[in-house]
Design a protein around this ligand. Structure first.
Ligand code: NAP
Ligand code: GLV
Length: 314
């Protein structure tokens, strides 16, 4: 089969991916690094990382888009991708583990006041922060999928009272995690949350969820951790909530525009921590194996794994 590798990469990054994939590639398959190497109609599958809109247009023989990213919101919004074409997203335990580490770091740092200590260091101020026990800091995780379950489990093991929110009632039991779903579940959990961690997919239903209506329902001085997508957050609402003290701090890994533009108010806001979209990066080795297992399934006519629902948007 002809497999096209395509993403928003520089040449060095693309070559690193190509090397990782070629090491595990079946002799049956050929990896193409650019269009034009064979006729477009002969490309069977695309292995891709968040491709720019329009970059897969015109591949008339395509049978699978295998994403190297977990979130496929950009692909789903690309009108040039035929709606009947299967899209598989990346599901990789290595990525879940990386996300759980980032969430634990953010929650621990917020709870223990370590971001405040860093500010005080820069100001040359020696002033201890108040210590509160983990069991006194309720954390709400929005999204109880691959990332949410891994993150919630790590937080619960650390002693935080954890609630996790999903669309439907979840069958996944994670010790120490209270499962919530739907509007009523969110309303109840949000009123008690000291820290909200967003790990939802970006869909029509979740776009803008981190906005004033949600902030107004939080206890005064709660913090927000957004590690999912920039468009979940209404930026002006966050700035207002920080200024009024309703929200104490925000840790943000994802933004409406990436890279975050120079001069954006988030860059030097004293109570925003900016990460450059690194909460859970795709691990080359494990992700190459996951992607190629699906290519094998395609070649053998076996069921494809990790398919996205166009209807649900994730
Ligand atoms: P996933 O396995 O599909 O899980 C999605 C979860 O969100 C599910 O629990 C789902 O509920 C819930 N959900 C969806 N729509 C909802 C709604 N309207 N109301 C309430 N809950 C809703 O996704 P994942 O692999 O955990 O990834 C989540 C997101 O993380 C990705 O889409 C991506 O945007 C982001 N991400 C970011 C990074 C980074 O480095 N910053 C890395 C990887 C992923 P059900 O269980 O009921 O279906
Ligand atoms: C990264 O943001 C991903 O969706 O994999």
């Amino acid at each position: 089969m002809n497999l096209l590798l395509c993403g928003e990469w520089d040449d060095a990054e693309r070559d690193t991916w190509a090397e990782a994939l070629r090491m595990a590639l079946s002799p049956r398959d050929r990896l193409l690094l650019r269009r034009g190497e064979v006729d477009d109609a002969l490309i069977d599958a695309v292995i891709t990382a968040n491709p720019p809109p329009g970059s897969l247009a015109g591949l008339s023989g395509l049978r699978l888009i295998q994403s190297l990213w977990a979130g496929v919101d950009r692909l789903l919004l690309d009108e040039t991708v035929p709606h009947e074409l299967p899209i598989a997203r990346m599901v990789d335990p290595a990525m879940n583990a990386a996300m759980a580490e980032t969430v634990l770091w953010a929650v621990l740092s917020l709870h223990r006041g370590f971001f405040d200590c860093a500010d005080r260091q820069r100001a040359g101020v020696w002033q201890p922060v108040l210590q509160v026990l983990a069991c006194e800091v309720p954390v709400l995780v929005l999204g109880f999928g691959q990332m949410g379950r891994s993150a919630a489990s790590g937080l619960a093991r650390q002693g935080y009272p954890v609630s996790a929110w999903s669309r439907q009632p979840s069958a996944h039991v994670v010790p120490g995690v209270r499962r919530r779903h739907g509007e009523a579940g969110l309303k109840d959990a949000i009123a008690k949350a000291c820290i909200v961690v967003n790990l939802l997919p970006l869909t029509a239903a979740t776009r803008g969820i981190l906005g004033q209506p949600l902030f107004d329902r939080l206890p005064e001085g709660a913090s927000i951790v957004n590690l999912a997508r920039g468009a979940h957050l209404l930026e002006a609402d966050l700035l207002r909530a920080l200024d009024s003290g309703r929200v104490h701090r925000a840790v943000l890994d994802v933004f409406h525009t990436e890279p975050l533009p120079a001069g954006h108010p988030f860059w030097d806001h004293p109570r925003i921590t900016v990460l450059p979209h690194v909460a859970a990066q795709t691990d080359l080795r494990s992700a190459a194996a996951v992607a190629l297992a699906n290519i094998d399934a395609l070649a053998q006519g076996a069921p494809l794994a990790n398919l996205v629902s166009r209807e649900l948007g994730y």
